[in-house]
Design a protein around this ligand. Structure first.
Ligand code: M6R
Length: 611
């Protein structure tokens, strides 16, 4: 949800800012803009992507060693040139970029209009910079103090950068609820919404905390104060991010690269956690294990794909570890006054670690005394820091907006957790435990094998790329996989798709089936296999087109289906890790064939930092 980059130092700011915007474009891509401070304060912005901004700027003055840039995902005001960031204050002495939402902007705007301010955009962001200028003029204070006073008046979330025409040596930065990282180089500083634009310049970073303002000066002076004016010592951390992880590495799209990375990302998720002595160790939550073992119930909160992983977690933890589990959409949970006690353990799942609804749900559950654990991919993210303890998925940066490798990594962590609890609580026999342990170790290899269906899946995509609707059906552990398959197709190809528990089909969706309707069944030879075969018969009888994910060597489904995609044999609870792969590929190829923007689907952003 909007990407922010900033630079101050001896180098030209423009190339650093543009490159940084490209790295952050996954966060929003409906308009982009840049501000450069040289003799004057030059602001260039336009509707469209970073490439459009570059084209727009090509004949402009791009000099300056201090600057900031923004790529937008619109909340207030349609995506157009005027609403693009940066925004000037009325005098055009100050400029701001912002990620987040100022919730009380209407009230503030009315007050400012009454005091003679005029607005040129529809954004909440312009209100904030006008407010800062109003405070400077009316309260006769310096910019730093004015920012502090203004931030005490705003309600909502922000990551902001402000620069002033009259101060060529300072960047003012602040955050609340939206992420901001400061990279510390040799006599230079970099700012960004996440570390990806920074990593090639420095590995030393400071993650700003909520309600902190950083004042960054060209002479190397770097101060952090709270909005209550309390000075803080910056906590410098080392980035463990590899630059090659941010490139497409020969693939046409990040999504495809990330699908193919899954054997490795799963290996990275289990590395060091499946110990040679047969123990499963999740180091990040060791101190909270007794809480987990004694939990009255586990509540999993998440959004989107992470919620689907949570649903697999529900099946897993109840089945193997015998603790009651509820899975909630964070956006619903936070507003519905749920019964939560100190005996509950809440697990928040998030790839980005920045999802606003998940973050708010965490705070709510925390205030009611629950223990909060996180499963996050982005190290140092807001959710990782807001939880009592957590486990990182270690899937590596996920750049494609459609989540792929993060999903399988999240499921992997939930598998390890379920197995650990089952073992410690004595809900699993020694031999079953070892059998499961060994089977998990084989999963990266089996994913590698599953990826070999790619060419065949492409043929299926060719056949059904023109469909107007798709139905995805699965049962038990593979019901969430059906939901995830449908979500991937919607996001990437804009084809309407529904995921359902296979047995629910006869309670309604069966009415949709005719010879035009492709129905994707997830039908491995485990659990309710026979029941799913009956559901396939029901679709066949109504002339639906059947694409089925089956276990190698399957014959019963092959007789009925138009296409069968084989996955290797495995334990039932591991089938989601394999069955998901062909579904990711199917949506990818259909999206490509329909000419869709794979890595940046319309209207979406990678991390949803607004409600
Ligand atoms: O970063 P998070 O895992 O918290 O994000 C949650 C959802 O926004 C995310 O999974 C979204 O649904 C993806 N676009 C799915 O591909």
């Amino acid at each position: 949800m909007c990407g922010i980059v900033g630079y101050i130092g001896p180098r030209d700011a423009y190339p650093i800012l543009i490159k940084g915007l490209k790295r952050l474009e996954y966060r929003g891509y409906d308009s982009a803009g840049i501000a450069l401070l040289n003799e004057g304060l030059n602001v260039y912005k336009c509707r469209g992507k970073v490439a459009d901004l570059e084209a727009f700027i090509h004949d402009k003055d791009i000099s300056g060693t201090l600057g900031m840039a923004h790529t937008r995902w619109a909340t207030h005001g349609e995506p157009n040139d005027v609403n693009a960031h940066p925004h000037f204050s009325q005098s055009e002495n100050l400029a701001i970029i912002h990620n987040g939402i100022i919730e009380n902007y209407q009230t503030l705007k009315e007050e400012l209009i009454n005091r003679g301010h005029q607005f040129s955009s529809d954004t909440d962001t312009e209100v904030l910079i006008q407010l800062v200028e109003d405070i400077i003029e009316n309260e006769n204070v310096e910019l730093e103090e004015a920012i502090r006073i203004a931030l005490n008046q705003v309600v909502g979330a922000y990551a902001i950068v402000i620069i002033s025409k009259d101060d060529k040596d300072t960047l003012y930065v602040a955050r609340k609820g939206s992420p901001l990282v400061v990279g510390i180089g040799e006599n230079e500083f970099f700012l960004a919404s996440d570390a990806t634009p920074i990593v090639e310049y420095t590995k030393n970073v400071v993650y700003l905390d909520d309600e902190e303002i950083a004042i960054i000066r060209r002479n190397g002076d770097f101060k952090i104060k709270t909005i209550k004016n309390k000075e803080k010592t910056p906590y410098i951390q080392k980035l463990e991010l590899n630059l090659s992880a941010l490139e497409k590495g020969g693939f046409d799209h990040f999504m495809l690269k990330e699908i193919y990375e899954q054997p490795k990302s799963i290996l990275d998720s289990i590395r060091g956690r499946l110990r040679p002595n047969g123990e499963v160790i999740l180091g990040g939550i060791l101190d909270y294990e007794q809480k987990i073992f004694n939990a009255r119930r586990i509540i999993i909160i998440a959004c989107g794909t992470s919620w689907h992983a949570g649903l697999v977690g529900e099946y897993l933890i109840e089945d193997i570890a015998r603790i009651p589990v509820e899975v909630e959409y964070a956006s619903e949970f936070r507003y519905r006054n749920p019964v939560i006690t100190e005996d509950d353990v809440v697990i928040a799942i998030s790839q980005s670690g920045e999802t606003a609804d998940t973050l708010a749900a965490i705070e709510m559950a925390k205030s009611k005394g629950a223990t909060i654990l996180g499963i996050c991919n982005v190290v140092g993210s807001s959710i990782a820091r807001a939880t009592h303890a957590g486990v990182y998925t270690h899937a590596g940066p996920e750049i494609g907006v459609a989540s792929t490798k993060a999903f399988t990594a999240q499921v992997t962590i939930l598998i390890l957790l379920a197995l650990r609890i089952a073992r410690k609580k004595g809900h699993i026999t020694q031999s079953k435990y070892h059998q499961y342990f060994h089977e998990i170790e084989l999963i990266p290899e089996k994913i590698e094998k599953t990826l070999m269906v790619n060419k065949f899946v492409k043929e299926i995509a060719e056949k059904y790329k023109g469909a107007r609707n798709f139905l995805y059906l699965g049962r038990g552990y593979n019901f969430p996989v059906a939901l995830e398959g449908a979500l991937k197709l919607k996001e990437i190809s804009y084809i309407h798709a529904e995921g359902y528990p296979a047995a629910e089909m006869k309670h309604g969706p069966i009415a949709l089936i005719d010879e035009e309707m492709p129905v994707v069944f997830i039908a491995p030879n485990t659990g309710t296999y026979e029941k799913v075969v009956s559901n396939i018969e029901e679709v066949k009888a109504r002339k639906g087109k059947i694409i089925a994910i089956v276990t190698e060597g399957d014959t019963a489904v092959r007789r009925l289906a138009d296409y069968v995609i084989e996955i290797p044999e495995t334990e039932e609870f591991l089938t989601p890790l394999l069955a998901t792969i062909p579904l990711q590929l199917l949506s990818y190829h259909i999206g490509v064939m329909r000419g869709c923007n794979i890595d940046q689907p319309r209207n979406l952003a990678k991390s949803v930092t607004v409600e």
